[in-house]
Design a protein around this ligand. Structure first.
Ligand code: ATP
Length: 283
């Protein structure tokens, strides 16, 4: 049997880190939502214990460095599975963009193998286990609008969910190394975005409050290293976006709209300036 899982990209409507743990890992306070920009991950169980990953992307390692490989290997070791897996990734999400593509592929593999290998782990358990792959994977196991805390393993799916919105994304032509940005966080000088404001806005469906509260504490660090991010933000705002925020550790910048026509206008303008632009819906 073959399972094809959709692996959706995410954006951080709000991203904050209140402190660093003794082992150096950041504590997170984030609001994330998934968008209809997605990879497709085809998974097949095989007779030997070998894990084989392939993809249509020239930018991705196909060995144990691939997060999809790591996800399969984690499940195989944890549950002493005597099967292997063939994983084919059709990559649509830009790599190292702040859109969680690798984490989402890993989560898709976990969901698929949980069924193919008949492990039947409840989704909450699968999400907890998946933290061993990467901090964004527990969120991606759900891929629903959520408040994410701890090291990424505490995922509270929001109810009511975010009202459907249009999102314009623009990725400057640079790749950001997440670990290098995380190492540079200086907690003394960090400006904290209004995460409670984002949560309230989603709960009440207040679009303007959402736009006013969105923010990313790591943005100044990435902007300092890549001034292109600030330029794209200013362009987007100049073209009519009320707010433009960086996702994850960047470099992708996004803006949120409740009217398609306005999103379309900003998208048409920004893609003349930045070739890697997308107009998508929240899921
Ligand atoms: P995040 O927002 O979770 O930090 P990101 O969107 O910035 O992630 P990814 O696209 O997940 O970045 O890629 C980050 C790194 O992970 C890259 O260096 C890439 O080579 C590696 N990687 C491993 N497996 C994958 C995968 N399946 N898809 C994308 N990147 C992968």
């Amino acid at each position: 049997m073959i399972i094809v899982e959709k692996a959706a990209a995410k954006v951080n409507l709000g991203l904050d880190t209140p402190f660093r743990h003794a082992d150096g890992q950041p504590e997170w306070n984030m609001v994330m939502t998934s968008i209809d920009l997605a990879d497709y991950v085809e998974v097949r169980s095989t007779g030997t214990r070998q894990i084989v990953v392939s993809s249509n992307s020239g930018f991705l390692p196909n060995d144990q460095r691939n997060l999809a490989f790591q996800a399969a290997s984690l499940l195989q070791r944890t549950f002493k599975i005597n099967h292997g897996a063939h994983i084919k990734i059709q990559k649509k999400i830009p790599v190292a963009a702040g859109l969680g593509g690798g984490s989402s592929d890993a989560a898709a593999v976990l969901r698929a193998l949980n069924r193919l290998w008949d492990i039947q782990l409840p989704i909450a358990e699968l999400a907890k286990l998946s933290l061993k792959v990467d901090s964004d994977v527990p969120y991606c196991v759900y891929s629903k609008t959520a408040h994410v805390t701890g090291l990424g393993e505490q995922v509270d799916v929001l109810e009511p969910a975010l009202k459907p919105v249009w999102i314009v994304l623009a990725k400057p032509n640079v790749s950001v190394s997440t670990p290098s940005i995380l190492r540079q966080i200086n907690y003394d000088g960090l400006a904290h975005p209004d995460i409670n404001g984002v949560l309230d806005a989603i709960a009440t469906g207040d679009h303007h409050q959402l736009l006013a509260s969105m923010g990313n504490a790591l943005e100044p660090i990435s902007v300092h290293r890549y001034p292109e991010i600030q330029q794209i933000k200013e362009r987007m705002q100049g073209y009519g976006a009320e707010t433009a925020v960086m996702s994850g550790t960047g470099p992708t910048v996004f803006s949120v709209f409740n009217k398609e026509s306005r999103a379309q206008r900003v998208f048409n303008s920004i893609r003349g300036f930045c070739p890697e632009a997308y107009l998508v819906r929240s899921l």
